[in-house]
Design a protein around this ligand. Structure first.
Ligand code: BTN
Length: 219
């Protein structure tokens, strides 16, 4: 079941607090205290998609949710939508969306934020509209977002069933860091692969490093 709210502080926080069953979801028209990764906030004005879904916890969940959102949004966008480990959706080099998974025992919420219309919420971000894309017109915000939210959930349901190697084969096609020189707090190297546990494997001057979280930028 999908619950719809005109406004909420954070769909992730609210869904975690409700302890709903797997595959229930919450979509809000705006968030007043949207959460981003690493304790950051996520600007969530009217015009975006802010959803959270209850899913079984899995170390690949952020990547699975990112690929689900990417696959569903791509047909609405003339530019290629890519993924940047571990949680960004990119379009023409700018951030189009982000994923934040938060766990509660064996269940987690996968939070998905997509910038769709209006001004890009922060500098350096983009929107579907700015990339030349659009969603079909609809009577109101809920009717406009409903097909997107429903299809993302359906796609995520397919992707969570895939064993890690099969999932990663599909994910890899869209991961923009593969083969690229990158830098992070404490090192730099060239991205080799994404491991079956979701870690980013990087070749450095001293060997191979496995990054499990954090910020990685193109060097
Ligand atoms: C990031 O890139 O930092 C992750 C952003 C995730 C934002 C989404 S919007 C829906 C869900 N609810 C939240 O409070 N955050 C996530």
């Amino acid at each position: 079941m999908i619950y719809w709210l005109e406004s909420v502080d954070s769909t992730n926080r609210s869904l975690l607090a409700r302890r709903l069953p797997r595959w229930d979801a919450l979509v809000a028209r705006e968030q007043t205290a949207g959460r981003g990764r690493r304790g950051r906030s996520w600007e969530s004005p009217v015009g975006g998609l802010y959803m959270a879904v209850v899913v079984e916890n899995d170390s690949l969940l952020p990547l699975r949710a990112g690929l689900a959102a990417r696959d569903v949004l791509q047909p609405h966008c003339p530019e290629r939508i890519g993924l940047k480990w571990p949680n960004d959706l990119l379009c023409a080099g700018s951030k189009l969306g982000g994923i934040l998974c938060e766990a509660d025992d064996e269940l987690a919420v996968a939070g998905i934020g997509l910038n769709l219309a209006g001004e890009p919420p922060i500098e350096g971000a983009t929107t579907l509209e700015a990339a030349g894309g659009s969603l079909p017109p609809a009577a109101d915000w809920q009717a406009r977002l409903e097909p997107l939210a429903t299809t993302i959930i359906a796609r995520l349901r397919e992707l969570v069933r895939l064993p890690a190697p099969e999932f990663l084969a599909r994910y890899r096609v869209h991961e923009q860091l593969l083969g690229q020189p990158v830098a992070w707090e404490g090192g730099r190297g060239t991205v080799l692969a994404v491991g079956t546990d979701g870690a980013l494997e990087v070749r450095t001057a001293d060997g191979t490093e496995r990054l499990h979280a954090g910020e990685v930028s193109l060097a």
